[in-house]
Design a protein around this ligand. Structure first.
Ligand code: CP
Ligand code: NVA
Length: 305
């Protein structure tokens, strides 16, 4: 595996391979077994948007694997003053062993990988959030023990999280349903991909229809980073697209709830449902660390393909 740019690029086998390694690294870390697989290596982390989990889990993960991470804020890099991505890619490739980038346009991430010669990991774009979804899949398998036969539903904005969850969920064998307003559907390329899965994928405007019989219920913020100017308009558009008692009542009695965080209580999820499922949600946040360590070993370790 050379890069992690989007879930669409990964095969089912590659996803399962990452999840298996993530489980192993989690178990070993909990049992005090250290692996300095990335000793002497440096990961550059370019952030053009805010982050708590992504920054801290990548930095800590790199340290635990024996390497180091550099936090490269857009405010300080020349890229923030207009230096082209193709030049940045070629320069950074001469210093670093890998780049993690969080930015707006997916094309910037793809260009970084194309023009550079070192692995690139997508730490979130407007289009997708593959690191988060690998952690989500890890958490689902941890709590449910399997993927086959499970129904995952997503209620809310057809954003980066929805795009990645649909692809990841279908690839590992789950049924996926999504409820979103007509004007906030997932990307066409994702809907085209999902169409290939027949009735394993369902899209509706009705949250209760999507949640019916679900084993896993997902949501995300109504207003993503970069869309703050639309906050009020979105509050109106997404009214009713909330994980609440009514939604949970139609899901399976043992349904789990996932949220990539940060959460806006009483908008996309009620305080009550959030707190009732806090164990699952914070395990999901922890699993960012383990899943990303697995990704870094796969793309930056010695025997990467
Ligand atoms: N879920 C997630 O990516 O969190 P951060 O924005 O804090 O990194
Ligand atoms: N959809 C959210 C996810 C944050 C982790 C955003 O892009 O802001």
């Amino acid at each position: 595996m050379k890069n992690l740019l989007k879930m669409l690029d990964l095969s089912r086998e590659e996803i399962i391979d990452i999840l298996n390694l993530a489980d192993q690294l989690k178990y070993e870390q909990k049992n005090g077994i250290e692996h300095k697989i990335l000793k002497g290596k440096t990961l550059g982390m370019i952030f053009q948007k805010s982050s708590t989990r992504t920054r801290v889990s990548f930095e800590t993960g790199m340290y635990q694997l024996g390497g180091q991470a550099l936090f490269l804020s857009n405010r300080d890099l020349q890229i923030g003053r207009g230096e082209p991505v193709q030049d940045t890619a070629r320069v950074l490739s001469r210093y670093l062993d890998g780049i993690m980038i969080r930015t707006f346009e997916q094309k910037e991430v793809e260009d970084l990988a194309y023009y550079g010669s070192i692995p690139v990991i997508n730490g979130l774009t407007d289009f997708c959030h593959p690191c988060q979804v690998l952690a989500d899949l890890m958490t689902i398998r941890e709590f449910k023990g399997r993927f086959d036969g499970l129904k995952m539903c997503y209620i809310g904005d057809g954003n980066n999280m929805a795009n990645s969850l649909i692809v990841g969920g279908l690839k590992v064998g789950m049924n996926v349903s999504i409820a979103c307003p007509v004007d906030y559907r997932p990307a066409n390329v994702v809907l085209d991909f999902a169409a290939g899965y027949g009735d394993k994928f369902m899209m509706t405007t009705e949250p209760l229809e999507a949640a019916k019989g679900a084993d896993v219920v997902f949501t995300d913020v109504w207003t993503s980073m970069g869309e703050e100017g639309e906050t009020e308009k979105r509050k109106i558009a997404f009214e009713g697209y909330q994980i609440n008692d009514e939604v949970m009542a139609v899901a399976k009695p043992d349904a789990m709830v996932q949220h990539c965080l940060p959460a806006h209580r009483e908008e996309e999820i009620t305080e009550k449902v959030f707190e009732a499922h806090a164990d699952e949600i914070f395990e999901e946040a922890e699993n960012r660390l383990h899943a990303q360590k697995a990704v870094m070993v796969k793309v930056m370790g010695e025997n990467q393909e």
